[in-house]
Design a protein around this ligand. Sequence first.
Ligand SMILES: NC(=O)c1ccc[n+]([C@@H]2O[C@H](COP(=O)([O-])OP(=O)(O)OC[C@H]3O[C@@H](n4cnc5c(N)ncnc54)[C@H](OP(=O)(O)O)[C@@H]3O)[C@@H](O)[C@H]2O)c1
Length: 326
Amino acid sequence: MNKVMPLVRRGVNASRLALGCMPFGGSWDSEPFTEQHVKEAEAAVEAALEIGITMFDHADIYTRGKAEQVFGRILQAKPELREQIIIQSKCGIQLSDDQLPGRFNFSYDHIVQSVDDSLERLGIDYLDVLLLHRPDPLVEPDEVAEALAVLKAAGKVRYFGVSNMSAPQIEFLQQAIPDSFAVNQLEMSLGHLHFVDQDIHVNQQAGTNVHFGSGLMEYCRSRHIQLQAWGPLAQGKFSGRNVDDQPEHIRQTAALVQQLADQKDTTPEAIVLGWLMRHPAMIQPIVGTTNPERIKACQDAEHQAEQMSRDEWYQLYTSARGQMVP
Ligand SMILES: NC(=O)c1ccc[n+]([C@@H]2O[C@H](COP(=O)([O-])OP(=O)(O)OC[C@H]3O[C@@H](n4cnc5c(N)ncnc54)[C@H](OP(=O)(O)O)[C@@H]3O)[C@@H](O)[C@H]2O)c1
């Protein structure tokens, strides 16, 4: 499995795993972050660097901007880090406030302003990658194209991508946007199997319960769009979180993950991520733990993906889905 990641193919020096920075900065309320939050984020970033992670995933909204601010503090203390890492952020979601509910916004002004704000919070001149976070039904592709062109021309963003989008949505935007999208970030894991179920239920009644864009994996693979998985550890469901309240097949899958980890002298995290990375799309997990020990427990994931047999992959898949393939 010596394939090249689509991002690397495009010249982005991305690590096989990325670290999600969503929890940095503490709560999602208006409380400011503390020095303790900076220390915790520093420890997470150090653990990530130690195991070879050089790509960090942000969004303008994470902890209402505090995640980027805290990351900015880390970069301020270690300015040499900027050129050694890949920083990705997102825009297009507006959080609810006293007056308005949460909403999406792909307008020119919002996109351009959001990137300026992210750069200021991070204390940097450019983002390596900017993702359009969630589809905005009011999108005007020409308006998005203009915003992205301005950001690119100003050197503020190097690559663009999307998140939570279907193939027709990407195709629709690409008709106006000359830069081909480099990334699509979606929820995919042993606990969120729609990306696999989609492929095996094309002509089956069970396919009506699958919530993943039809042909999306194939679309992204054929266009060399990097598939990134959010929620790749399934929030720890198969790697140590208490699952006493979960259905039988989830508890059995957690036990199977542990059994494989013991057999292979590795960690449950490496098995859970390795299962995702064994998929030939070269999925890049955006690991969401900020616990340094759990981050380090992910180190062996790529190796486990390389070692994982077809039989083991299907054994984990059928166990986690709680039923046989059709
Ligand atoms: N594009 C999108 O729409 C979107 C949506 C959501 C997230 N994201 C991105 O994806 C990243 C990862 O998402 P995620 O956080 O859902 O991913 P995840 O890696 O599946 O889950 C991480 C969460 O699970 C907890 N966890 C892991 N193992 C555990 C264990 N053994 N026991 C107890 N808790 C455990 C972690 O807590 P600890 O920190 O305590 O380990 C953390 O809260 C985010 O940081 C963000 O960058 C993107």
